[in-house]
Structure formats: C-alpha cells, structure tokens
Write a protein that binds this ligand. Structure first.
Ligand SMILES: C[S@@+](CC[C@H](N)C(=O)[O-])C[C@H]1O[C@@H](n2cnc3c(N)ncnc32)[C@H](O)[C@@H]1O
Length: 277
C-alpha cells in the first residue's frame, strides 16, 4: 500500500493511505485521538474497577491495527503518569500488536521522537513502570483473531480503516472472537460508530457505552463485556434506535476470508429480506 506522511491539527504526525483514500487518524489530531478514544477511557474503566490498586498486576492488551503505535504508547504514557500521581501497582503492560504492513511499523521510532511522547523517551533511561512487553505480529487480523485464547485479554483497541472501505475487519465473526477473548469486565475501544459496527458488537454480546467525541466525529465507543459487578454509573450507555433494525444488520464473514465486496453484498441482501419493499 502507498502511504504519505501528513501532520494533524494537534501537530502530531500521521499517514494517509493513498490507494484507499483513508486517513490513519482523525484530522483533529493523531495523538489527541489516541488519548481520547483509547488511552483515557481504558484508564477510566480500569480505575472504576479498582484494577490500578492490585499488587503486581499485568494488563493484557490487544492492539488491533497497530499502525504507527499511537494507541499503545498513549495508553502506556497515561498509565505511567497515573502511577506518578497515585502510585498504582501495575507492573507490566503486555501488548499483542497486529499490523499487516511494514511501512507504518518502520516509522514508529520517528513517532516516538515527537514532543508528545517525550516522557516515553525519558522513561527508557529509568525503571519506569509499568514495563512494556510488546509483541508485534505482522499478519492479517482475521488470522490473529482465530488464535486468541478465551478470557485472556483485559482490553482491545480496534483501529482498522473505516468500515465503509474495510468491511472484512468489522464483522460479527471478529467481534465474536474478541468477546470470547476478553475477560468479563474487559472492553474494546474503537472510533467507529457506524450502525453495522454497533449491530455487530451488540450481536456478539457487548454492551455499548459512549466515549469522547474527537474533532467533528460523534462520541466514540467502548464495547463492554458484562461482568458480575455493575459498571460504574459514570459511563453513558449508547442509545440504540431499535425502530431501524435494517441499519443494525452487521457485516458477516463466517469463513473469515470473504472479500469486502461480497461481505457488503451479503449485508444488502439480508437487509432486503428484512424489508422486501
Ligand atoms: C487506521 S490505521 C491504524 C492507526 C494506528 N492505530 C496508529 O495509531 O497509527 C489502520 C491500520 O490497519 C492496518 N491494516 C490494514 N489491513 C489490515 C489487516 N487485514 N490486518 C491487520 N492490519 C491491517 C493498516 O496497515 C494500518 O496500519
């Protein structure tokens, strides 16, 4: 794929995928988006669950579509800052990162040399915790999800290109694998709010909550795997318009190998069956 470096409005660097005509980030800011849609709501969830107070805790994160790595590094930075502020005891952040293309990966050192990540650079010289244990798998996400172990993850960051262009990365079958892989009380974070995405996440068993609205986008999503204990009341549920069931029909790909045009076509056919007029 052909990529072009761009600068977003908060001054942080990003990429544009020319073949797809897709941006890597919200034009309001790559760093801003990583913090608002991924790092801060994930931190808020952990705090509300008392997860920052447990001794020697290791957190397990799947960073799906890692790209330039903003979401993992913004989250690591937020956890470390929190540690300075309130001494949480998390010792390790174990990240499995999935990324198909090597070009964004080759730019990660450049991304980390920006002023917004200065604290990460400083931490390299110290024994800052949590320590990052990063395992980058350069492969198709649809293969990776088939290898996830049940109840093995605390958090998922899902940051694929838009569902308009990449239907195969927003299917119910991927969300089903995610749901099984998360522990109860775990959650997935994503920027996308298309009804096909919400419908797929709901069908997989998630409960949907709002996170921040970045730039001109609507509030983003936290898809939560219910647990015995109730979720803190500060999280706001997404209201779902059940009077339009057609729009909530998810993208489906039972073999996890269909091409995106076929997935789109299948959804349109299913919508027509629901309302043949
Ligand atoms: C929106 S960008 C991700 C931005 C990234 N989270 C960051 O902070 O820079 C989408 C990424 O998905 C990757 N990608 C595209 N198809 C993929 C696939 N089938 N499996 C895994 N990664 C894929 C692209 O190479 C691109 O890096």
């Amino acid at each position: 794929m052909k990529f072009r470096l761009v600068t977003t409005s908060d001054g942080s660097a990003s990429l544009h995928a020319d073949d797809l005509d897709e941006r890597f980030h919200n034009p309001a800011g790559a760093y801003l988006e990583a913090r608002q849609n991924y790092a801060l709501p994930a931190l808020a969830l952990l705090k509300s669950q008392g997860r920052l107070d447990r001794d020697d805790e290791t957190l397990h994160l799947l960073d799906a579509c890692f790209g330039l790595g903003y979401n993992t590094y913004a989250f690591l930075q937020a956890l470390r800052f929190e540690r300075h502020a309130t001494h949480p005891k998390i010792s390790h952040l174990k990240v499995t990162a999935i990324e198909l293309d090597d070009e964004p990966l080759s730019l990660v050192p450049q991304i980390l040399s920006q002023p917004c990540f200065a604290s990460i650079k400083d931490d390299e010289q110290s024994d800052a915790t949590p320590r990052l244990d990063l395992d980058i798998k350069q492969e198709d996400l649809r293969k990776s999800v088939q290898e996830l172990l049940p109840n093995s993850l605390d958090l998922i960051f899902h940051d694929a290109f838009s569902p308009r262009k990449m239907q195969h990365l927003w299917t119910k079958e991927i969300f089903d694998r995610y749901f099984a892989a998360l522990r109860p009380g775990g959650a997935l974070f994503t920027y996308a709010t298309a009804n096909a995405v919400k419908g797929g996440l709901l069908a997989a068993g998630f409960t949907l909550y709002k996170t921040a609205a970045v730039g001109t986008k609507p509030p983003a999503l936290m898809a939560y795997k219910p647990a015995d204990a109730d979720l803190d009341a500060s999280f706001e549920l997404v209201s779902i318009d059940l009077s339009k069931p057609k729009s909530l029909i998810p993208f489906k790909d039972p073999s996890l190998s269909a091409d995106r045009q076929d997935i789109e076509k299948r959804r349109i056919e299913e919508q027509a069956l629901l309302d043949p007029k």
